[in-house]
Design a protein around this ligand. Structure first.
Ligand SMILES: Cc1cc2nc3c(=O)[nH]c(=O)nc-3n(C[C@H](O)[C@H](O)[C@H](O)COP(=O)(O)OP(=O)(O)OC[C@H]3O[C@@H](n4cnc5c(N)ncnc54)[C@H](O)[C@@H]3O)c2cc1C
Ligand SMILES: *[C@@H]1O[C@H](CO)[C@@H](O)[C@H](O)[C@H]1NC(C)=O
Ligand SMILES: *[C@@H]1O[C@H](CO)[C@@H](O)[C@H](O)[C@H]1NC(C)=O
Ligand SMILES: *[C@@H]1O[C@H](CO)[C@@H](O)[C@H](O)[C@H]1NC(C)=O
Ligand SMILES: *[C@@H]1O[C@H](CO)[C@@H](O)[C@H](O)[C@H]1NC(C)=O
Length: 620
C-alpha cells in the first residue's frame, strides 16, 4: 500500500505502509518547517544531518525510504554481512527488509548476465549492509579530484585528511594477533582521529590463512606497508574495519551519527517514505527548490540521479521520452557510472584449517565463538576481511607485460568516441597506470568457501578475490519509466574493454602461484573452482567473464566536474543551474579510487557539511 503527500512544498513523497516504524508521523513531519531537507538517511545523509544540527537553531528533516533498526543483530553482528552463507539463517545482503535489491541490465562483458545490485534501504543506508572494510585511497587519486577536474585544494588528499580524521574514533591495532607486523615508527596514529563518532578498530582474531598468505605475498615481492593511510596504500597492511573495539559490533552511520543525536529537537527523521520528486519554482532568480534554505540529495549514486530525472533535471531527450517536463537540461545526470568489478577463485584447504566455513560445520566451534562474541565482542563473529592489498600491475606481472597491456588498452580507448570527461579521466588514469605507483588491483583474501562455488561438507576454503580498481568502462543509471517507484536502469557495463578482463586474468594466475607458495602453500590442497585444468589465458578469460560480480562501489553518476566537461555538481557540491540543491553522496566522485569507498563517502559528507555551514554562516 502506498500513499502520496507533499512536504513543505519542496518534496513529494510516497509512503510505504509496509515499512516498519515511522519515527516522526508523516503528518507531524509535513506540518513542520525545516531549514534543510536531506533526502536519504544513508551513509552521507546522516553525516550531513548530524553536523548541521550541532547548531540547535538549525532544523533538519531527513526522509528515508527504509526503516530505523537500532540494535538489530543482523546489521550489527559483522558476521551477518561477511560470511557468504550465514549459518544463522536470515541473510542481510539481498534481504528486502534491508536492501533495495536492484539488478543490472544484462552485461555484454559478462556473457550477458545481469548482476544483483545491493544498496542499503534502512537508516544508515549501505553502511548498514556493507562488508565493513575501512580503507583510504592513494594521495594521487584525491589530488586528481582537485586538479584534473578543477575542484580546488579542498578536494586534494591534504584537504580531505582532516575530514578523514574527523570521522574516526580510532583504536590502534593490537600487538597481536595481526596479519602483518606493527611498526610504531610508521606514524599510523598520526593518520587517524580519535574524537569522531565512528569507532574504528582492527581484527582480534585470525583464521589460519591471513598471516601465511600475507607472508607468502610479501615473499613474492608485494611489500609490507605499516602505514597505508597517509597517501601510499600499496601492499600488505593490517586492514582496519568499521567495528567497535570492545563491543565487536558494526559501527555505521545509523548507530554512530544518528542514534546518539536522535533526541535533538531540531533533527527529525521520517522513515518508510520515498521521495518521488523535488518540486521546483522557476523565477528570475533561477530554479529553486521551494520552501527551504536547501535540499540535500543523499539518496546514493543509484537513486539520486533517478530522483533528479523524475524531477525534470537531466538529459532533455531522455526526459522527453518519458514525458517528464524539462526543468533543467543537465546531460551529465546518470552518466559516468564507474564500478569496481570483482572476480575470484577458491582453493580447498587441508583438514584442521580454521576459516569462516568452520562455523557452518563445527557446532562446538560455533558455540564457542558465539559465547566469545557475547561475552567480549571478540572472535570470528566480529572478524572482517583482513587482507585487502592494493597493488600496481607492474608488481604482479612486471614492466614489460604491463607495457604490452597498456598498448592494447590505448588502442581500445582510441576506438571509443570519448566524452570531454572521459578524455580527462583516461589521460589521468593512463598516467597513473604507467607511473606504477598507484594501485590498479586490490587483492582481497577471503578465508571461506561458498562464494565462487558451493562448499563441500566439513571442508574449509580460501577464496582469492580481485577488485579491479581503475576501470575504463563507463556505464550509466537512468529512469526507464516515469513511474517514480520503478527501479532505475543500471548498466555499469563491466569489462567492456578487453584490458579489464586481461588484467583480471593475470591477477587470477598470480593468485594461483601465490597459494602454491610458502608458507601458505602447505595449508592448501589445491585449486577448487576453477579446477587446475584452467590454465591458458583464454580459459581463464572465459572463467572471469562468467564469474565477475560488482563489489557494490558505484560512483560518478553526478560527478563533481566542470559543467562543460559533463559534470553535475560544482566544488561546493551544488547542482549546476539550480539555486539551492546540493548532492552529498558517492555519486559526486569524479573518478574512483583503489579501495572500498565508504571511508571516502563519509569524508565527502563531512566536508560537504562544512561547505553548507560556511554558506549559511552556521557556527557550531
Ligand atoms: C553489499 C555492499 C558491500 C560493501 N562493502 C564495502 C566495504 O566493505 N567497505 C567500503 O568501504 N565500502 C563498501 N561498500 C560501499 C559503501 O558502503 C557505499 O558506497 C556507501 O555506503 C554509499 O553511501 P551513500 O551515502 O552514497 O549511499 P547510501 O548509504 O546507500 O544511502 C542512500 C540512502 O538513501 C535512501 N534513499 C534512496 N532513495 C531514496 C528516496 N527516493 N527517498 C528516500 N530515501 C531514499 C536509501 O534507502 C539509503 O538509506 C559496500 C556496499 C554494499 C552495498
Ligand atoms: C554464455 O552464455 C551462453 C548463453 O546463455 C551459454 O550457453 C554459455 O555456456 C555461456 N558461456 C560460459 C562460458 O558460461
Ligand atoms: C571443532 O571445534 C572444536 C573447538 O574449537 C575443536 O576442538 C575441534 O577439533 C573441531 N572439530 C573439527 C572436526 O574441526
Ligand atoms: C549469544 O547471544 C545471542 C543473542 O542474544 C543468543 O541468541 C545466543 O544464544 C547467545 N549464545 C551464546 C553461546 O551465549
Ligand atoms: C562431518 O563431520 C562430522 C563430525 O566430525 C560427522 O559426524 C559428519 O558425518 C561429517 N559429514 C560429512 C558429510 O562427512
Amino acid at each position: 500500500m502506498k500513499s502520496a503527500a507533499a512536504l513543505s512544498a519542496a518534496l513529494l513523497l510516497s509512503f510505504s505502509t509496509t515499512a516498519a516504524a515511522v519515527e516522526a508521523s508523516a503528518s507531524d513531519f509535513a506540518r513542520q518547517k525545516f531549514d534543510f531537507l536531506v533526502v536519504g538517511g544513508g551513509t552521507a545523509g546522516l553525516v550531513v544531518a548530524a553536523r548541521l544540527t550541532e547548531d540547535p537553531k538549525i532544523t533538519v528533516g531527513i526522509i528515508e525510504a527504509g526503516a530505523y533498526r537500532p540494535g538489530d543483530p543482523l546489521i550489527e553482528v559483522p558476521q551477518s554481512a561477511v560470511a557468504p552463507s550465514n549459518p544463522n539463517g536470515k541473510p542481510l545482503i539481498g534481504n528486502p527488509d534491508y536492501d533495495w535489491k536492484f539488478e543490472s541490465t544484462p552485461q555484454p562483458g559478462l556473457n550477458g548476465t545481469s548482476l544483483p545490485y545491493s544498496r542499503g534501504k534502512v537508516v544508515g543506508g549501505s553502511s548498514a549492509i556493507n562488508f565493513i572494510v575501512w580503507q583510504r585511497g592513494a594521495k594521487q587519486e584525491y589530488d586528481l579530484w582537485s586538479t584534473a577536474f578543477g575542484n580546488g585544494p579542498r578536494w586534494s588528499f591534504a584537504g580531505l585528511l582532516p575530514y578523514f580524521k574527523k570521522i574516526e574514533a580510532w583504536t590502534a591495532p593490537p600487538k597481536s594477533p595481526l596479519t602483518v607486523a606493527v611498526d610504531p615508527s610508521a606514524g599510523l596514529a598520526g593518520a587517524h582521529g580519535t574524537k569522531g563518532p565512528l569507532a574504528i578498530s582492527y581484527n582480534n582474531f585470525q583464521t589460519s590463512i591471513e598471516q601465511p598468505a600475507a607472508q607468502a605475498g610479501i615473499n613474492m615481492g608485494l611489500k609490507e606497508n605499516f602505514n597505508p593511510d597517509l597517501g601510499d596504500n600499496f601492499g600488505f597492511s593490517n586492514v582496519a574495519r568499521s567495528v567497535h573495539p570492545t563491543k565487536g559490533i558494526r559501527t555505521y552511520a545509523g548507530n554512530s551519527y544518528y542514534t546518539p543525536n536522535a533526541q535533538r529537537k531540531n533533527l527529525v527523521l521520517l522513515t518508510g517514505a520515498e521521495v518521488t520528486q523535488v518540486v521546483f519554482a522557476t523565477s528570475r532568480k533561477g530554479i529553486t527548490a521551494t520552501g527551504v534554505k536547501e535540499v540535500i540529495l543523499s539518496a546514493g549514486s543509484i537513486k539520486t540521479p533517478q530522483l533528479l530525472e523524475l524531477s525534470g533535471v537531466g538529459n532533455k531527450q531522455l526526459l522527453s521520452k518519458y514525458k517528464i517536463p524539462v526543468v533543467l537540461n543537465l546531460p551529465g545526470v546518470g552518466e559516468n557510472l564507474q564500478d569496481h568489478a570483482f572476480a575470484g577463485q577458491d582453493f580447498r584447504l587441508k583438514p584442521g584449517a580454521v576459516t569462516l566455513d568452520n562455523l557452518n560445520f563445527n557446532a562446538t566451534f560455533k558455540a564457542q565463538q558465539q559465547e566469545l562474541f557475547n561475552s567480549s565482542g571478540k572472535g570470528l563473529l566480529s572478524w572482517t576481511i583482513p587482507i585487502a592489498a592494493p597493488v600496481t600491475l607492474q608488481s604482479l606481472i612486471g614492466t614489460t607485460e604491463t607495457n604490452k597491456l597498456v598498448g592494447s588498452l590505448t588502442q581500445s580507448l582510441n576506438k571509443i568516441k570519448q566524452t570531454p570527461l572521459q578524455k580527462v579521466q583516461y589521460k589521468a588514469q593512463l598516467a597513473l597506470l604507467k607511473a606504477g605507483e598507484v594501485p590498479q588491483l586490490n587483492l582481497i583474501v577471503y578465508p571461506t568457501g561458498n562464494f565462487v562455488s558451493a562448499a563441500a561438507p566439513n571442508t574449509s576454503y580460501v577464496t582469492m578475490t580481485i577488485m579491479e580498481v581503475h576501470p575504463y568502462s563507463r556505464g550509466s543509471v537512468h529512469i526507464g519509466s516515469a513511474q517514480p517507484l520503478a527501479a532505475p536502469i543500471i548498466n555499469p557495463d563491466l569489462l567492456s574493454i578487453p584490458y579489464e578482463a586481461q588484467i583480471l586474468v593475470k591477477a587470477q594466475q598470480f593468485s594461483e602461484r601465490w597459494m602454491a607458495s610458502q608458507p601458505v602453500g602447505k595449508l592448501v590442497v589445491g585449486p577448487n573452482a576453477p579446477s587446475a585444468a584452467v590454465i591458458s589465458d583464454a580459459e581463464w578469460e572465459s572463467f572471469v567473464r562468467t564469474h565477475t560480480q560488482t563489489i557494490n562501489h558505484p560512483i560518478g553518476t553526478t560527478a563533481m566536474a566542470p559543467r562543460a566537461m559533463g559534470g553535475v555538481v560544482d566544488p561546493q557540491l551544488k547542482v549546476y543551474g539550480l539555486q539551492n540543491v546540493r548532492i552529498v553522496d558517492a555519486g559526486i566522485f569524479p573518478l574512483t579510487i583503489s579501495v572500498p569507498i565508504q571511508q571516502t563517502v563519509y569524508a565527502v559528507a563531512e566536508l560537504g557539511a562544512d561547505l553548507i555551514k560556511e554558506t549559511w554562516g552556521i557556527k557550531a
